[in-house]
Design a protein. Structure first.
Length: 568
């Protein structure tokens, strides 16, 4: 039996990514008593973006897969940049993606007393000292990867003097930037992070949780590993830029840990996307300068922006599963994300009809004042989705682009003396047009075939073109926001000398008024619902939409360029 169990385990392990394999091996070896505890540690200084979603799926996903737990810990060590708004948005995003941290919500600020006491201990042991050089002097003193650093003139301060200065730093006696606490490690180390890194700096700004209690705040490298230890985290999973930090992480953790338990840092590649930026600093700049309409602007790569645009949690998680986790940085094609979104929406979106650029069409042989109800499929991918009724009348709207007076040879839409089918309704034939004073078509005249109604006997007659439409008498006016990629440049990092704002796509948002939608869409336009506007794309009601002013965001056009590329 044991042999069979091992065979099953080996079979399952073949499908693990390298991080999961490390975790599986640690558990099999009985490390940390066979316990698994991961954590997701965001800084509450902005909204989460899709890169964070990859980390969320890893941190929470590994815990779920192996029966462990995952903590949510806010690394709130810089009160100048942090806000409760960011804390709330982060929690909402994680829940929306389908994960939960239970009662394991923590903050680095929870550990400020312990971290402060540890700093005092390191000072007493001669492992830390107070430096009063400027930041520029400290940076210059660190040397280069090939040139050893120069020791600070304050490196050998007496312990009692260091203790006194550090305590006075926290008492608020000194100005910001005048003193820092540095670890005394090795100024000649080949790892630049070991060259007496800063552990604490003075910040005189109220903290969103601790108020004005503290005037010194720990640096990330000092606080992170210790916070992991205090929480019992077994696997600290982070991105590749922290590989050089790992020895320092281990150095500080060893001041607390022993052989019975020690957190382990593991790194994987970040999620980078074409036609966007992932820098939180740059995203904040876009928000503050009004270049986007906030963190949840549907053009933003933030999780809240994608949610508002109509992305689904499953599409994001499917995308992340497909790109996988490796030890090598890569630039992922945004088309793959768009494909994942279309794929999910195609399965769940309710179909409806909307005309974006309407022109009126008159069916001359259809009885005046008559209205028929046509049965429309809600989703052909889901038979259980049912149908809804759509009114049909003598005057309808069709897309202006679906008609041409002098069409090319392979134009299968409406043209003079040509026939098309109105989706779910009748076959019509164009008999003439009317134009306004500027020569624009203002009315298309047609006749219909009464025996061609969809689904009825005699309706099997085939024509090449099928158009979507909306009854003019029953149409509801709406506004649509057509979103496109935020940047016009595929990889902004290839242009380091250009201001990233110059590379924004000027056509990333187009607002179209006077759109005509069928009543069914108007009646069901509630927050979160997903629609496919027939032949146009996927849409969702915007947060600003009201029954009196319908606003739909285009989640995605129907075209899937990624699939076409794969099939070449």
């Amino acid at each position: 039996m044991a042999e069979n169990n091992n065979l099953e385990l080996n079979k399952e392990n073949k499908n693990l990514n390298f991080v999961e394999q490390i975790v599986a091996d640690d558990l099999a070896a009985g490390k940390n008593g066979g316990r698994l505890n991961t954590r997701f540690p965001p800084e509450p200084n902005g909204y989460l973006h899709i890169g964070h979603a990859k980390a969320i799926c890893m941190d929470f996903g590994v815990a779920e897969k192996f029966g462990g737990t995952c903590n949510l810990r806010f690394d709130d060590t810089n009160p100048v940049k942090e806000d409760v708004e960011y804390v709330d948005s982060i929690k909402e995003d994680i829940h929306w993606l389908g994960f939960d941290w239970g009662d394991r919500e923590y903050y680095a600020s929870d550990y400020f007393p312990k971290l402060y006491d540890l700093a005092l201990r390191l000072i007493r042991e001669g492992k830390a000292y107070v430096d009063q050089q400027t930041s520029e002097e400290i940076a210059a003193q660190k040397g280069t990867p090939t040139v050893p650093g120069t020791p600070s003139p304050y490196r050998d301060r007496p312990v009692e003097e260091n203790l006194d200065l550090f305590q006075r730093m926290n008492a608020g006696e000194f100005e910001e930037g005048s003193y820092v606490l540095r670890a005394k490690i090795d100024m000649a180390s080949s790892n630049m992070h070991f060259r007496d890194p800063i552990m604490y700096r003075i910040i005189k700004h109220p903290h969103h949780r601790t108020g004005t209690r503290w005037n010194v705040y720990p640096m990330y490298d000092f606080a992170h590993g210790q916070s992991d230890y205090f929480e019992g985290v077994t696997h600290s999973i982070c991105t590749l830029e922290f590989v050089p930090h790992r020895p320092l992480y281990d150095y500080f953790v060893r001041e607390l840990a022993d052989e019975s338990y020690c957190p382990r840092q593991i790194e994987f590649n970040r999620l980078n996307l074409t036609y966007t930026v992932m820098s939180k600093r740059k995203l904040l700049q876009l928000v503050k300068e009004g270049l986007v309409a906030g963190w949840d602007d549907p053009r933003m790569p933030t999780i809240s922006g994608m949610r508002r645009r109509g992305f689904t949690p499953r599409s994001i998680r499917n995308f992340i599963d497909r790109i996988g986790y490796t030890k090598y940085e890569a630039l992922n094609d945004i088309s793959l994300l768009e494909h994942a979104v279309r794929e999910d929406l195609n399965a769940i979106a309710t179909r409806g009809m909307a005309v974006i650029n309407p022109v009126k069409l008159l069916i001359e042989n259809y009885p005046e004042g008559k209205t028929e109800m046509m049965e429309m499929e809600n989703n052909p991918e889901d038979p259980a989705a049912g149908t809804h009724s759509m009114p049909f009348s003598r005057e309808i709207f069709i897309e202006r682009d679906d008609f041409m007076e002098n069409p090319p040879k392979k134009f299968f839409r409406l043209a003079p003396d040509k026939e098309v089918r109105l989706k779910g309704a009748f076959i019509i034939k164009c008999t003439g047009v009317e134009k306004d004073a500027d020569g624009n078509i203002s009315l298309i005249r047609c006749e219909y075939d009464p025996d061609s109604r969809s689904g009825m006997p005699g309706s099997q007659r085939k024509v090449k073109g099928t158009l979507h439409w909306v009854s003019a008498a029953h149409a509801v006016d709406a506004t649509v926001r057509l979103y496109d990629r935020l940047f016009a440049v595929e990889n902004t990092s290839e242009y380091p000398d250009r201001d990233f704002r110059e590379m924004l796509n000027p056509d990333s948002l187009k607002v179209v008024e006077g759109v005509k939608v069928e009543p069914f869409l108007a009646e069901n336009a509630v927050k979160g619902v997903k629609f496919q506007f027939q032949r146009i794309g996927y849409f969702t009601p915007d947060y600003d939409s009201t029954p009196d002013h319908l606003i739909f965001n285009r989640t995605m056009a129907l075209k899937d360029s990624w699939v076409k590329e794969q099939n070449k």
